[in-house]
Design a protein around this ligand. Structure first.
Ligand code: DGT
Ligand code: CA
Ligand code: CA
Ligand code: ZN
Length: 586
Protein backbone atom coordinates (compact mmCIF):
# COMPACT_ATOMS: atom_id res chain seq x y z
CA UNK A 1 0.00 0.00 0.00
CA UNK A 2 1.37 3.40 -0.98
CA UNK A 3 -1.15 5.21 1.15
CA UNK A 4 -0.44 5.87 4.79
CA UNK A 5 -3.35 4.73 6.85
CA UNK A 6 -2.69 7.58 9.30
CA UNK A 7 -3.53 10.17 6.68
CA UNK A 8 -6.75 8.32 5.86
CA UNK A 9 -7.67 8.12 9.53
CA UNK A 10 -6.83 11.77 10.04
CA UNK A 11 -9.04 12.76 7.11
CA UNK A 12 -11.92 10.67 8.43
CA UNK A 13 -11.70 12.24 11.88
CA UNK A 14 -11.53 15.68 10.30
CA UNK A 15 -14.60 14.94 8.19
CA UNK A 16 -16.43 13.71 11.28
CA UNK A 17 -15.64 16.93 13.12
CA UNK A 18 -16.78 19.02 10.18
CA UNK A 19 -19.95 16.98 9.68
CA UNK A 20 -20.89 17.35 13.34
CA UNK A 21 -20.31 21.07 13.07
CA UNK A 22 -22.47 21.37 9.95
CA UNK A 23 -25.18 19.40 11.69
CA UNK A 24 -24.96 21.71 14.69
CA UNK A 25 -23.87 19.07 17.18
CA UNK A 26 -22.01 19.24 20.47
CA UNK A 27 -19.04 21.66 20.47
CA UNK A 28 -17.03 19.55 22.91
CA UNK A 29 -17.17 16.47 20.67
CA UNK A 30 -16.26 18.53 17.58
CA UNK A 31 -13.17 19.93 19.27
CA UNK A 32 -12.13 16.51 20.54
CA UNK A 33 -12.32 15.04 17.03
CA UNK A 34 -10.44 17.94 15.47
CA UNK A 35 -7.75 17.59 18.11
CA UNK A 36 -7.54 13.83 17.57
CA UNK A 37 -7.10 14.39 13.84
CA UNK A 38 -4.12 16.66 14.55
CA UNK A 39 -2.66 14.14 17.00
CA UNK A 40 -2.90 11.33 14.43
CA UNK A 41 -1.23 13.55 11.87
CA UNK A 42 1.73 14.16 14.18
CA UNK A 43 2.30 10.51 15.13
CA UNK A 44 5.60 9.01 14.03
CA UNK A 45 4.24 5.51 13.81
CA UNK A 46 1.40 4.16 11.66
CA UNK A 47 -1.59 3.38 13.89
CA UNK A 48 -1.82 0.04 12.16
CA UNK A 49 1.67 -0.84 13.45
CA UNK A 50 1.02 0.68 16.84
CA UNK A 51 -2.09 -1.46 17.32
CA UNK A 52 -0.65 -4.54 15.62
CA UNK A 53 2.45 -4.71 17.82
CA UNK A 54 0.37 -5.96 20.72
CA UNK A 55 -3.42 -5.88 20.26
CA UNK A 56 -4.03 -6.81 23.93
CA UNK A 57 -2.65 -3.56 25.25
CA UNK A 58 -3.58 -1.43 22.23
CA UNK A 59 -6.31 0.52 24.02
CA UNK A 60 -3.99 1.38 26.89
CA UNK A 61 -1.28 2.54 24.50
CA UNK A 62 -3.71 4.61 22.44
CA UNK A 63 -5.27 6.32 25.43
CA UNK A 64 -1.77 7.11 26.71
CA UNK A 65 -1.44 9.47 23.75
CA UNK A 66 -2.58 12.95 24.81
CA UNK A 67 -5.80 13.84 23.00
CA UNK A 68 -7.02 10.24 22.60
CA UNK A 69 -9.68 9.05 25.04
CA UNK A 70 -11.49 5.73 25.34
CA UNK A 71 -14.13 6.60 22.75
CA UNK A 72 -11.57 7.61 20.17
CA UNK A 73 -9.41 4.60 20.88
CA UNK A 74 -12.40 2.43 20.01
CA UNK A 75 -12.87 4.31 16.71
CA UNK A 76 -9.18 3.84 15.90
CA UNK A 77 -9.40 0.11 16.56
CA UNK A 78 -12.49 -0.06 14.35
CA UNK A 79 -10.54 1.75 11.63
CA UNK A 80 -7.52 -0.53 11.90
CA UNK A 81 -9.69 -3.64 11.81
CA UNK A 82 -12.03 -2.70 8.95
CA UNK A 83 -10.61 0.42 7.28
CA UNK A 84 -13.87 2.12 8.22
CA UNK A 85 -15.53 4.00 11.03
CA UNK A 86 -19.26 3.40 11.02
CA UNK A 87 -20.10 6.73 12.63
CA UNK A 88 -18.00 8.47 9.99
CA UNK A 89 -19.94 6.83 7.17
CA UNK A 90 -23.21 7.70 8.81
CA UNK A 91 -22.27 11.35 9.37
CA UNK A 92 -20.85 11.84 5.89
CA UNK A 93 -23.98 10.35 4.32
CA UNK A 94 -26.05 13.03 6.06
CA UNK A 95 -24.06 15.88 4.45
CA UNK A 96 -24.41 16.81 0.74
CA UNK A 97 -21.08 15.91 -0.90
CA UNK A 98 -20.61 19.40 -2.38
CA UNK A 99 -20.34 20.94 1.08
CA UNK A 100 -16.94 19.32 1.49
CA UNK A 101 -15.79 21.17 -1.62
CA UNK A 102 -17.10 24.43 -0.16
CA UNK A 103 -15.02 23.77 2.95
CA UNK A 104 -11.92 23.56 0.76
CA UNK A 105 -12.42 27.18 -0.37
CA UNK A 106 -9.97 29.31 1.62
CA UNK A 107 -11.87 31.71 3.85
CA UNK A 108 -14.95 29.50 4.13
CA UNK A 109 -14.92 27.76 7.50
CA UNK A 110 -17.53 25.32 8.75
CA UNK A 111 -19.53 28.15 10.36
CA UNK A 112 -19.89 30.07 7.10
CA UNK A 113 -20.64 26.93 5.10
CA UNK A 114 -23.32 25.93 7.58
CA UNK A 115 -24.88 29.34 7.35
CA UNK A 116 -25.04 29.56 3.57
CA UNK A 117 -26.25 25.98 3.37
CA UNK A 118 -29.05 26.48 5.92
CA UNK A 119 -30.17 29.94 4.90
CA UNK A 120 -29.62 29.93 1.14
CA UNK A 121 -29.60 26.24 0.30
CA UNK A 122 -26.17 26.51 -1.34
CA UNK A 123 -24.61 23.03 -1.59
CA UNK A 124 -22.02 23.21 -4.38
CA UNK A 125 -19.22 25.42 -5.69
CA UNK A 126 -21.35 26.28 -8.73
CA UNK A 127 -24.27 27.35 -6.56
CA UNK A 128 -21.93 29.43 -4.44
CA UNK A 129 -20.50 31.20 -7.48
CA UNK A 130 -24.00 31.88 -8.79
CA UNK A 131 -25.24 33.06 -5.40
CA UNK A 132 -22.39 35.39 -4.46
CA UNK A 133 -23.88 38.45 -6.13
CA UNK A 134 -27.38 38.04 -4.76
CA UNK A 135 -28.69 40.49 -2.13
CA UNK A 136 -29.54 37.50 0.08
CA UNK A 137 -25.88 36.67 0.25
CA UNK A 138 -24.83 40.19 1.20
CA UNK A 139 -27.54 40.20 3.87
CA UNK A 140 -25.98 37.27 5.73
CA UNK A 141 -24.43 38.11 9.10
CA UNK A 142 -20.69 38.86 8.95
CA UNK A 143 -20.75 38.80 5.14
CA UNK A 144 -19.40 42.17 4.08
CA UNK A 145 -18.25 43.33 0.63
CA UNK A 146 -14.72 42.43 1.58
CA UNK A 147 -15.53 38.81 2.52
CA UNK A 148 -17.49 38.35 -0.70
CA UNK A 149 -14.57 39.72 -2.73
CA UNK A 150 -12.22 37.32 -0.94
CA UNK A 151 -14.45 34.35 -1.67
CA UNK A 152 -14.58 35.36 -5.34
CA UNK A 153 -10.81 35.59 -5.49
CA UNK A 154 -10.47 32.22 -3.80
CA UNK A 155 -12.88 30.67 -6.32
CA UNK A 156 -10.91 32.13 -9.23
CA UNK A 157 -7.63 30.83 -7.87
CA UNK A 158 -9.22 27.46 -7.27
CA UNK A 159 -10.47 27.40 -10.85
CA UNK A 160 -6.89 27.85 -12.11
CA UNK A 161 -4.75 25.82 -9.80
CA UNK A 162 -5.94 24.74 -6.39
CA UNK A 163 -7.46 21.34 -6.07
CA UNK A 164 -4.91 19.99 -8.55
CA UNK A 165 -2.09 17.83 -7.30
CA UNK A 166 1.36 17.33 -8.83
CA UNK A 167 1.69 14.36 -11.17
CA UNK A 168 4.45 12.94 -8.97
CA UNK A 169 1.91 12.45 -6.19
CA UNK A 170 -0.97 11.31 -8.40
CA UNK A 171 0.86 8.67 -10.43
CA UNK A 172 1.90 6.37 -7.55
CA UNK A 173 -1.66 6.54 -6.19
CA UNK A 174 -3.12 5.69 -9.59
CA UNK A 175 -0.71 2.79 -10.08
CA UNK A 176 -1.61 1.50 -6.66
CA UNK A 177 -5.32 1.58 -7.60
CA UNK A 178 -4.63 -0.11 -10.95
CA UNK A 179 -2.77 -2.86 -9.15
CA UNK A 180 -5.59 -3.24 -6.62
CA UNK A 181 -8.32 -3.40 -9.28
CA UNK A 182 -6.36 -5.85 -11.42
CA UNK A 183 -6.34 -8.23 -8.47
CA UNK A 184 -10.14 -8.29 -8.20
CA UNK A 185 -11.78 -11.50 -9.44
CA UNK A 186 -12.96 -11.21 -13.03
CA UNK A 187 -10.85 -8.15 -13.82
CA UNK A 188 -10.00 -7.90 -17.54
CA UNK A 189 -8.40 -4.59 -18.53
CA UNK A 190 -7.50 -1.89 -16.04
CA UNK A 191 -5.95 1.42 -17.14
CA UNK A 192 -5.73 5.02 -16.06
CA UNK A 193 -6.88 7.76 -18.43
CA UNK A 194 -7.44 11.53 -18.23
CA UNK A 195 -4.82 14.20 -17.68
CA UNK A 196 -2.61 11.70 -15.85
CA UNK A 197 -2.21 9.58 -18.97
CA UNK A 198 -1.57 12.72 -21.00
CA UNK A 199 1.24 13.53 -18.58
CA UNK A 200 0.08 16.94 -17.40
CA UNK A 201 2.19 18.43 -14.61
CA UNK A 202 -0.83 18.63 -12.30
CA UNK A 203 -3.86 16.38 -12.08
CA UNK A 204 -7.41 17.45 -11.24
CA UNK A 205 -8.68 13.96 -10.59
CA UNK A 206 -7.64 10.41 -11.40
CA UNK A 207 -9.71 8.62 -14.06
CA UNK A 208 -9.66 4.83 -14.04
CA UNK A 209 -11.13 2.50 -16.62
CA UNK A 210 -11.97 -1.14 -16.03
CA UNK A 211 -13.57 -3.98 -17.93
CA UNK A 212 -14.52 -7.04 -15.95
CA UNK A 213 -16.81 -10.02 -15.58
CA UNK A 214 -18.49 -8.80 -12.39
CA UNK A 215 -19.07 -5.04 -12.41
CA UNK A 216 -20.99 -5.09 -9.15
CA UNK A 217 -18.15 -6.68 -7.20
CA UNK A 218 -15.63 -4.40 -8.90
CA UNK A 219 -17.58 -1.32 -7.91
CA UNK A 220 -17.87 -2.54 -4.35
CA UNK A 221 -14.14 -3.24 -4.09
CA UNK A 222 -13.39 0.21 -5.45
CA UNK A 223 -15.55 2.19 -3.04
CA UNK A 224 -14.23 0.09 -0.16
CA UNK A 225 -10.57 0.65 -1.02
CA UNK A 226 -8.74 1.45 2.22
CA UNK A 227 -7.76 4.98 1.18
CA UNK A 228 -11.35 6.06 0.48
CA UNK A 229 -12.66 8.70 2.85
CA UNK A 230 -15.93 9.44 1.08
CA UNK A 231 -18.05 7.90 -1.66
CA UNK A 232 -19.28 10.67 -3.95
CA UNK A 233 -21.20 8.48 -6.41
CA UNK A 234 -21.69 4.78 -6.98
CA UNK A 235 -23.68 4.47 -10.19
CA UNK A 236 -24.05 1.83 -12.90
CA UNK A 237 -21.16 2.93 -15.05
CA UNK A 238 -19.36 5.54 -12.95
CA UNK A 239 -18.26 5.61 -9.33
CA UNK A 240 -16.42 8.49 -7.69
CA UNK A 241 -14.62 8.57 -4.40
CA UNK A 242 -12.60 11.02 -2.43
CA UNK A 243 -9.35 9.76 -0.97
CA UNK A 244 -6.78 11.19 1.40
CA UNK A 245 -3.50 11.75 -0.39
CA UNK A 246 -0.75 13.17 1.77
CA UNK A 247 -2.73 16.03 3.24
CA UNK A 248 -4.82 16.64 0.12
CA UNK A 249 -8.22 15.32 -0.77
CA UNK A 250 -8.21 13.81 -4.24
CA UNK A 251 -11.07 12.51 -6.36
CA UNK A 252 -10.81 9.19 -8.15
CA UNK A 253 -13.36 8.25 -10.84
CA UNK A 254 -13.90 4.67 -11.93
CA UNK A 255 -15.71 3.80 -15.14
CA UNK A 256 -16.66 0.23 -15.85
CA UNK A 257 -16.96 -0.41 -19.57
CA UNK A 258 -17.54 -3.32 -21.95
CA UNK A 259 -14.31 -5.12 -22.73
CA UNK A 260 -14.98 -5.08 -26.47
CA UNK A 261 -15.42 -1.29 -26.35
CA UNK A 262 -12.39 -0.65 -24.18
CA UNK A 263 -10.36 1.22 -26.79
CA UNK A 264 -13.18 3.63 -27.59
CA UNK A 265 -13.75 4.35 -23.91
CA UNK A 266 -10.04 4.72 -23.18
CA UNK A 267 -9.70 7.15 -26.05
CA UNK A 268 -12.70 9.17 -24.86
CA UNK A 269 -11.73 9.34 -21.19
CA UNK A 270 -8.09 10.11 -21.94
CA UNK A 271 -9.18 13.34 -23.60
CA UNK A 272 -8.34 16.05 -23.78
CA UNK A 273 -11.83 17.37 -24.39
CA UNK A 274 -10.43 19.46 -27.25
CA UNK A 275 -8.79 16.40 -28.78
CA UNK A 276 -12.08 14.50 -28.53
CA UNK A 277 -13.87 17.34 -30.27
CA UNK A 278 -11.27 17.40 -33.06
CA UNK A 279 -11.58 13.64 -33.56
CA UNK A 280 -15.37 13.78 -33.59
CA UNK A 281 -15.29 16.53 -36.21
CA UNK A 282 -12.90 14.54 -38.33
CA UNK A 283 -15.17 11.49 -38.03
CA UNK A 284 -18.13 13.63 -39.04
CA UNK A 285 -16.38 14.88 -42.17
CA UNK A 286 -15.75 11.27 -43.13
CA UNK A 287 -19.33 10.18 -42.65
CA UNK A 288 -18.69 8.54 -39.30
CA UNK A 289 -19.63 9.11 -35.70
CA UNK A 290 -17.28 8.72 -32.72
CA UNK A 291 -18.28 8.36 -29.09
CA UNK A 292 -17.15 6.53 -25.98
CA UNK A 293 -18.61 3.25 -27.31
CA UNK A 294 -16.97 3.15 -30.71
CA UNK A 295 -16.58 4.60 -34.18
CA UNK A 296 -19.72 4.06 -36.29
CA UNK A 297 -21.02 4.81 -39.73
CA UNK A 298 -23.01 7.95 -39.40
CA UNK A 299 -26.48 6.60 -40.23
CA UNK A 300 -26.51 4.53 -37.04
CA UNK A 301 -29.19 5.74 -34.66
CA UNK A 302 -28.38 4.15 -31.36
CA UNK A 303 -24.66 3.56 -31.44
CA UNK A 304 -24.80 1.25 -28.44
CA UNK A 305 -27.01 -1.23 -30.21
CA UNK A 306 -25.85 -0.88 -33.76
CA UNK A 307 -23.01 -3.33 -34.18
CA UNK A 308 -23.51 -3.68 -37.92
CA UNK A 309 -22.39 -0.16 -38.58
CA UNK A 310 -19.47 -0.43 -36.23
CA UNK A 311 -16.09 0.57 -37.64
CA UNK A 312 -13.83 0.16 -34.58
CA UNK A 313 -14.11 -0.07 -30.81
CA UNK A 314 -11.62 -2.34 -29.08
CA UNK A 315 -8.30 -0.56 -29.64
CA UNK A 316 -7.42 3.12 -29.89
CA UNK A 317 -5.02 2.27 -32.68
CA UNK A 318 -7.82 1.00 -34.93
CA UNK A 319 -9.97 4.04 -34.31
CA UNK A 320 -7.17 6.40 -35.26
CA UNK A 321 -6.41 4.31 -38.33
CA UNK A 322 -10.04 4.30 -39.44
CA UNK A 323 -9.89 8.09 -39.19
CA UNK A 324 -6.82 8.13 -41.43
CA UNK A 325 -4.39 8.94 -38.61
CA UNK A 326 -1.40 7.35 -36.97
CA UNK A 327 -1.85 6.40 -33.32
CA UNK A 328 -1.45 9.71 -31.47
CA UNK A 329 0.51 9.45 -28.20
CA UNK A 330 -1.56 10.64 -25.20
CA UNK A 331 0.93 13.44 -24.48
CA UNK A 332 0.06 15.04 -27.82
CA UNK A 333 -3.71 14.86 -27.39
CA UNK A 334 -3.91 18.54 -26.57
CA UNK A 335 -5.26 21.62 -28.27
CA UNK A 336 -1.66 22.72 -28.90
CA UNK A 337 -1.23 19.96 -31.47
CA UNK A 338 -3.48 19.98 -34.54
CA UNK A 339 -4.20 16.44 -35.75
CA UNK A 340 -2.39 16.97 -39.04
CA UNK A 341 0.79 18.63 -37.70
CA UNK A 342 2.13 16.23 -35.12
CA UNK A 343 5.80 16.00 -34.20
CA UNK A 344 7.55 12.76 -35.00
CA UNK A 345 10.16 10.51 -33.32
CA UNK A 346 9.52 11.79 -29.84
CA UNK A 347 11.94 11.13 -27.04
CA UNK A 348 11.15 8.06 -24.90
CA UNK A 349 12.29 7.04 -21.45
CA UNK A 350 14.05 3.96 -22.87
CA UNK A 351 16.20 6.15 -25.10
CA UNK A 352 17.84 8.07 -22.24
CA UNK A 353 21.48 7.02 -21.82
CA UNK A 354 22.91 9.71 -19.55
CA UNK A 355 21.93 11.78 -16.54
CA UNK A 356 23.78 15.06 -16.40
CA UNK A 357 22.58 16.66 -13.16
CA UNK A 358 22.88 14.67 -9.91
CA UNK A 359 24.01 15.22 -6.33
CA UNK A 360 26.04 13.19 -3.84
CA UNK A 361 27.03 13.30 -0.16
CA UNK A 362 29.50 16.05 -0.99
CA UNK A 363 26.62 18.57 -1.00
CA UNK A 364 23.01 17.65 -0.15
CA UNK A 365 22.72 14.24 -1.81
CA UNK A 366 22.15 11.10 0.23
CA UNK A 367 24.64 8.69 -1.38
CA UNK A 368 28.26 8.36 -2.48
CA UNK A 369 29.52 8.93 -6.01
CA UNK A 370 29.99 5.18 -6.37
CA UNK A 371 26.47 4.28 -5.25
CA UNK A 372 24.92 6.79 -7.64
CA UNK A 373 27.14 5.60 -10.49
CA UNK A 374 26.42 1.91 -9.95
CA UNK A 375 22.72 2.62 -10.01
CA UNK A 376 22.99 4.76 -13.15
CA UNK A 377 24.91 1.92 -14.78
CA UNK A 378 22.15 -0.53 -13.84
CA UNK A 379 19.73 1.73 -15.72
CA UNK A 380 21.82 1.23 -18.84
CA UNK A 381 23.35 4.72 -18.79
CA UNK A 382 26.76 5.24 -20.38
CA UNK A 383 27.36 8.50 -18.49
CA UNK A 384 26.58 10.07 -15.13
CA UNK A 385 27.52 13.65 -14.33
CA UNK A 386 28.07 14.42 -10.66
CA UNK A 387 27.07 18.04 -10.18
CA UNK A 388 27.05 19.02 -6.53
CA UNK A 389 26.09 22.52 -5.42
CA UNK A 390 28.44 25.51 -5.57
CA UNK A 391 29.78 27.59 -2.70
CA UNK A 392 26.92 30.15 -2.39
CA UNK A 393 24.34 27.42 -1.76
CA UNK A 394 25.04 27.30 1.94
CA UNK A 395 21.79 25.53 2.86
CA UNK A 396 22.61 22.80 0.35
CA UNK A 397 26.15 22.43 1.72
CA UNK A 398 27.66 23.87 -1.45
CA UNK A 399 31.34 23.14 -2.14
CA UNK A 400 34.08 25.66 -1.47
CA UNK A 401 36.80 25.84 -4.12
CA UNK A 402 39.00 23.51 -2.05
CA UNK A 403 36.22 21.01 -1.55
CA UNK A 404 35.40 21.14 -5.26
CA UNK A 405 39.05 20.28 -6.03
CA UNK A 406 38.80 17.30 -3.66
CA UNK A 407 35.51 16.30 -5.25
CA UNK A 408 37.03 16.33 -8.74
CA UNK A 409 39.73 13.94 -7.45
CA UNK A 410 37.09 11.73 -5.88
CA UNK A 411 35.14 11.57 -9.15
CA UNK A 412 38.29 10.66 -11.07
CA UNK A 413 39.00 7.87 -8.56
CA UNK A 414 35.45 6.51 -8.72
CA UNK A 415 35.53 6.65 -12.49
CA UNK A 416 38.75 4.62 -12.54
CA UNK A 417 37.27 2.07 -10.16
CA UNK A 418 33.88 1.50 -11.74
CA UNK A 419 33.66 -0.09 -15.17
CA UNK A 420 30.83 0.23 -17.62
CA UNK A 421 29.92 3.86 -17.01
CA UNK A 422 31.77 7.13 -17.37
CA UNK A 423 31.47 9.51 -14.41
CA UNK A 424 31.87 13.18 -15.27
CA UNK A 425 33.18 15.71 -12.77
CA UNK A 426 30.73 18.56 -12.83
CA UNK A 427 29.08 21.23 -10.77
CA UNK A 428 25.65 22.73 -10.46
CA UNK A 429 26.90 26.28 -10.30
CA UNK A 430 24.64 28.97 -8.92
CA UNK A 431 23.80 31.78 -11.28
CA UNK A 432 24.12 34.77 -8.97
CA UNK A 433 21.36 37.40 -9.18
CA UNK A 434 23.49 39.60 -11.45
CA UNK A 435 24.28 36.77 -13.87
CA UNK A 436 27.82 36.02 -12.68
CA UNK A 437 28.66 32.41 -11.86
CA UNK A 438 29.53 31.22 -8.38
CA UNK A 439 33.10 30.00 -9.21
CA UNK A 440 35.96 31.69 -11.05
CA UNK A 441 36.48 30.65 -14.67
CA UNK A 442 39.76 28.79 -13.95
CA UNK A 443 37.92 26.24 -11.83
CA UNK A 444 35.05 25.90 -14.25
CA UNK A 445 37.53 25.05 -16.99
CA UNK A 446 38.77 22.07 -14.99
CA UNK A 447 35.31 20.51 -14.92
CA UNK A 448 33.90 18.10 -17.50
CA UNK A 449 30.47 19.69 -17.33
CA UNK A 450 28.88 22.79 -15.85
CA UNK A 451 25.16 23.01 -15.16
CA UNK A 452 24.27 26.59 -14.23
CA UNK A 453 21.04 27.14 -12.29
CA UNK A 454 19.31 29.97 -10.42
CA UNK A 455 18.50 29.15 -6.76
CA UNK A 456 17.97 32.50 -5.03
CA UNK A 457 16.41 35.89 -5.89
CA UNK A 458 13.61 34.17 -7.76
CA UNK A 459 11.31 37.20 -7.54
CA UNK A 460 13.46 39.32 -9.80
CA UNK A 461 11.82 41.44 -12.48
CA UNK A 462 11.39 39.72 -15.79
CA UNK A 463 14.03 42.03 -17.28
CA UNK A 464 16.64 41.24 -14.62
CA UNK A 465 15.90 37.53 -14.87
CA UNK A 466 16.36 37.62 -18.64
CA UNK A 467 19.75 39.35 -18.31
CA UNK A 468 20.80 36.96 -15.57
CA UNK A 469 19.98 33.81 -17.50
CA UNK A 470 21.31 35.18 -20.80
CA UNK A 471 24.66 35.77 -19.12
CA UNK A 472 24.76 32.12 -18.04
CA UNK A 473 23.80 30.86 -21.50
CA UNK A 474 26.53 32.96 -23.10
CA UNK A 475 29.23 31.88 -20.64
CA UNK A 476 31.59 29.54 -22.54
CA UNK A 477 31.93 27.04 -19.67
CA UNK A 478 28.19 26.54 -19.22
CA UNK A 479 26.85 23.48 -21.02
CA UNK A 480 23.39 23.25 -19.54
CA UNK A 481 21.04 25.86 -18.14
CA UNK A 482 19.51 23.99 -15.17
CA UNK A 483 15.89 24.46 -14.04
CA UNK A 484 15.74 27.90 -15.71
CA UNK A 485 12.80 29.42 -13.80
CA UNK A 486 13.22 27.77 -10.40
CA UNK A 487 9.46 27.47 -10.03
CA UNK A 488 7.95 24.95 -7.61
CA UNK A 489 4.61 23.60 -8.74
CA UNK A 490 1.74 25.17 -6.73
CA UNK A 491 4.29 26.72 -4.35
CA UNK A 492 6.13 29.47 -6.18
CA UNK A 493 6.09 31.01 -9.64
CA UNK A 494 9.84 31.34 -9.99
CA UNK A 495 11.50 33.64 -12.52
CA UNK A 496 9.60 34.85 -15.56
CA UNK A 497 12.31 35.66 -18.11
CA UNK A 498 11.67 36.39 -21.76
CA UNK A 499 11.89 32.76 -22.77
CA UNK A 500 12.10 33.37 -26.48
CA UNK A 501 15.23 35.46 -26.05
CA UNK A 502 16.78 32.71 -23.95
CA UNK A 503 15.89 30.13 -26.59
CA UNK A 504 17.42 32.22 -29.38
CA UNK A 505 20.65 32.65 -27.42
CA UNK A 506 20.78 28.97 -26.46
CA UNK A 507 20.22 27.91 -30.06
CA UNK A 508 23.13 30.18 -31.10
CA UNK A 509 25.60 28.99 -28.49
CA UNK A 510 24.52 25.35 -28.46
CA UNK A 511 23.85 25.51 -24.71
CA UNK A 512 21.28 22.90 -23.66
CA UNK A 513 18.18 23.86 -21.71
CA UNK A 514 17.17 21.55 -18.91
CA UNK A 515 13.81 19.94 -18.34
CA UNK A 516 14.34 19.24 -14.67
CA UNK A 517 12.49 15.97 -14.13
CA UNK A 518 11.72 16.43 -10.47
CA UNK A 519 7.90 16.54 -10.36
CA UNK A 520 7.87 19.66 -8.21
CA UNK A 521 9.97 21.50 -10.80
CA UNK A 522 9.38 20.38 -14.38
CA UNK A 523 10.79 23.55 -15.76
CA UNK A 524 10.93 24.02 -18.67
CA UNK A 525 7.21 23.51 -19.01
CA UNK A 526 5.61 21.68 -21.93
CA UNK A 527 4.78 24.87 -23.84
CA UNK A 528 8.33 26.16 -23.33
CA UNK A 529 9.72 22.93 -24.75
CA UNK A 530 7.61 23.33 -27.88
CA UNK A 531 8.97 26.84 -28.47
CA UNK A 532 12.56 25.85 -27.69
CA UNK A 533 12.33 22.99 -30.18
CA UNK A 534 10.87 25.31 -32.82
CA UNK A 535 13.84 27.64 -32.33
CA UNK A 536 16.33 24.78 -32.79
CA UNK A 537 17.53 24.40 -29.18
CA UNK A 538 19.09 21.35 -27.59
CA UNK A 539 17.36 20.07 -24.47
CA UNK A 540 18.46 17.96 -21.53
CA UNK A 541 16.22 15.78 -19.37
CA UNK A 542 17.94 15.40 -16.00
CA UNK A 543 16.75 13.84 -12.76
CA UNK A 544 18.49 16.20 -10.30
CA UNK A 545 18.69 12.98 -8.25
CA UNK A 546 19.75 13.24 -4.62
CA UNK A 547 19.38 9.47 -4.14
CA UNK A 548 18.79 6.45 -6.38
CA UNK A 549 14.98 6.48 -6.20
CA UNK A 550 15.02 9.93 -7.76
CA UNK A 551 16.13 8.51 -11.10
CA UNK A 552 12.52 7.33 -11.40
CA UNK A 553 11.54 10.98 -11.80
CA UNK A 554 13.05 10.94 -15.29
CA UNK A 555 9.68 9.59 -16.42
CA UNK A 556 8.03 12.91 -15.53
CA UNK A 557 10.66 14.84 -17.47
CA UNK A 558 10.05 12.60 -20.46
CA UNK A 559 6.27 13.15 -20.28
CA UNK A 560 6.79 16.92 -20.23
CA UNK A 561 9.28 16.68 -23.09
CA UNK A 562 6.85 14.64 -25.18
CA UNK A 563 4.03 17.07 -24.45
CA UNK A 564 6.33 19.72 -25.88
CA UNK A 565 7.04 17.57 -28.95
CA UNK A 566 10.74 17.01 -28.18
CA UNK A 567 12.35 14.73 -30.78
CA UNK A 568 14.90 12.27 -29.39
CA UNK A 569 17.61 13.76 -31.61
CA UNK A 570 17.39 17.14 -29.82
CA UNK A 571 17.64 15.56 -26.39
CA UNK A 572 21.33 15.30 -25.46
CA UNK A 573 20.63 12.52 -22.95
CA UNK A 574 19.79 10.15 -25.82
CA UNK A 575 23.05 10.72 -27.66
CA UNK A 576 25.73 8.02 -27.91
CA UNK A 577 28.69 8.67 -25.60
CA UNK A 578 31.01 9.83 -28.36
CA UNK A 579 28.63 12.46 -29.65
CA UNK A 580 27.90 13.70 -26.12
CA UNK A 581 31.61 14.06 -25.22
CA UNK A 582 32.33 15.83 -28.45
CA UNK A 583 29.60 18.35 -27.68
CA UNK A 584 30.93 18.76 -24.12
CA UNK A 585 34.45 19.47 -25.31
CA UNK A 586 33.43 22.05 -27.87
P1 DGT B 1 -8.20 16.99 -14.95
O1 DGT B 1 -8.89 15.86 -14.26
O2 DGT B 1 -8.82 18.31 -14.68
O3 DGT B 1 -6.74 17.02 -14.67
O4 DGT B 1 -8.34 16.78 -16.54
P2 DGT B 1 -8.95 15.57 -17.35
O5 DGT B 1 -8.59 15.77 -18.76
O6 DGT B 1 -8.55 14.28 -16.73
O7 DGT B 1 -10.51 15.81 -17.26
P3 DGT B 1 -11.70 14.98 -16.59
O8 DGT B 1 -11.24 14.17 -15.43
O9 DGT B 1 -12.78 15.97 -16.33
O10 DGT B 1 -12.22 14.03 -17.74
C1 DGT B 1 -11.43 12.99 -18.26
C2 DGT B 1 -11.59 12.93 -19.75
O11 DGT B 1 -12.92 12.56 -20.11
C3 DGT B 1 -11.37 14.26 -20.46
O12 DGT B 1 -10.01 14.52 -20.69
C4 DGT B 1 -12.12 14.04 -21.73
C5 DGT B 1 -13.30 13.20 -21.31
N1 DGT B 1 -14.46 14.05 -21.06
C6 DGT B 1 -15.00 14.30 -19.86
N2 DGT B 1 -16.06 15.13 -19.99
C7 DGT B 1 -16.16 15.42 -21.29
C8 DGT B 1 -17.06 16.24 -22.07
O13 DGT B 1 -17.98 16.87 -21.55
N3 DGT B 1 -16.84 16.29 -23.40
C9 DGT B 1 -15.84 15.59 -23.99
N4 DGT B 1 -15.67 15.71 -25.28
N5 DGT B 1 -14.99 14.84 -23.30
C10 DGT B 1 -15.14 14.74 -21.97
CA1 CA C 1 -9.04 13.66 -14.59
CA1 CA D 1 -12.62 12.80 -13.85
ZN1 ZN E 1 19.32 22.52 -8.44
Amino acid sequence: MMMKSNSVLEEKLRQMAVALELLGENRFRINALARAARVIDSLDEEVEMLVGRDPESAVARLTAIPGIGKGLAAKILEFVASGKIEEHEDLVSRIPAGLFDLLDVPGLGPKAVKMIWERLGIETIEELRAGLDSPDFAALPRMGKKSIENIKKALDFRAQSAGRIPIGKALPIALDFVDFLEKQPGAQRVEYAGSLRRGRETIGDIDLLVSCADPLAMRKAFVEHPSVTQVLAAGESKSSVRIAAGGHALQVDLRIVENRQFGAAWLYFTGSKEHNVALRERAGKRGMRLNEYGLFEDSAKDAREDTERLVAEAEEFDIYRALGLEMIPPELREERWPLEELPDKLVERSLLRADLHTHTLASDGKLSIEAMARHARSLGFHTLAVTDHSRSSVISNGLSIDRLRTQIEAVRAADAEIDGIRILAGSEVDILPDGRLDYPDEILEDLDIVVASPHVSLRQSSEDATKRLLAAILHPAVKILGHPTGRMISQREGLSPDMDRLFEAAADTGTALEINAHWMRLDLRDRHVARAVAKGCLLAINSDAHTIEHFDFLEFGVLTARRGGLPASSCINTWPAGKLYEWLSR
